[in-house]
Write a protein of this length. Structure first.
Length: 282
């Protein structure tokens, strides 16, 4: 049977996902669908598929699927674009939203001017450090500052989770780093039994970090919100940066703040890239 689904492609400083309203249209086999719309060589290629679903506890539920068809827990950039999607498509007129994810309930505030969302602040909650929950195979309970052999290099490494695991590998110069080589090697290290997203971070000064992101199963991305947040949290714990930092990535700068209650906020716009319909057989 052939299905025709309306979609919107959105980007938030790096990650660009295909978004579909799963409240007013039926979505069959979303994992299989994700592998079709997420192929970067396909006409509407993206980093993944996001479904906007009803929720019994929040304003909406966000389901996010990786390019390999597996369901993910949460992505900060996808979260911010979800908030813009529901406002743009008149699914809500609220400027403060609660959104249910597998990584927990997240809170998002929209800055609206002349009925247009010009900025989005997402409260993505507290980071998780426990190695058993990330998970990381290590004798240490937390994986905050360890030396990690990746191929022919040794990195100062940390790992934490927002529902999806991120490993931060500190480096002196991200611009000259072979991200494909070391990202692919790090993703598949035995110490990460469920694979991990890899954030290569260069600490510039107390309020400025440069990152490059390797997304597990996908490759290098032009940006990652939770990657930026991971770098700020770890950088602060190691005394390398403050709690309010501008993160520079290929897709643009993202403002990140780790507040005194240990909740992390990311602030930045989201852009609508393309809208259309996608037909497929299921």
């Amino acid at each position: 049977m052939v299905y025709s689904l309306k979609f919107t492609k959105m980007q938030a400083y790096g990650n660009d996902y295909v978004y579909m309203d799963a409240i007013h249209q039926e979505i069959k086999e979303p994992g299989e669908l994700s592998m079709k719309v997420s192929d970067r060589h396909f006409g509407i290629g993206s980093d993944g598929l996001v479904l906007i679903c009803p929720s019994d506890t929040c304003d909406f539920r966000m389901r996010i699927f990786n390019p390999d068809g597996t369901e993910a827990e949460m992505c900060g950039n996808a979260l911010r674009s979800t908030a813009k999607f529901v406002y743009f498509h008149h699914l809500t007129d609220k400027e403060f939203l609660t959104i249910e994810t597998l990584g927990g309930i997240k809170r998002v505030r929209l800055e609206v001017k002349d009925n247009e969302v010009i900025n989005i602040s997402a409260n993505i909650g507290k980071p998780e450090f426990r190695a058993a929950k990330i998970p990381v195979l290590t004798e240490e309970d937390t994986f905050i500052d360890q030396r990690l052999q990746v191929g022919d290099r040794v990195f100062r490494a940390s790992s934490l989770s927002w529902g999806n695991p991120h490993t931060v590998l500190l480096t002196e110069d991200v611009s000259s780093l072979d991200v494909e080589k070391y990202g692919n090697l790090a993703e598949h290290l035995e110490c990460f039994p469920k694979r991990t997203n890899v954030t290569f971070a260069q600490m510039m000064d107390d309020s400025h970090i440069r990152i490059r992101e390797w997304e597990r199963g996908t490759g290098e991305t032009i940006g990652c919100g939770t990657g930026c947040c991971s770098a700020v949290v770890i950088g602060n714990l190691l005394g390398l940066c403050g709690r309010k930092v501008v993160c520079q990535q290929i897709g643009g700068n993202l403002d990140v703040e780790w507040d005194e209650e240990d909740v992390v906020h990311m602030i930045g716009p989201s852009h609508i890239v393309y809208q259309g319909e996608y037909s497929y057989e299921a």
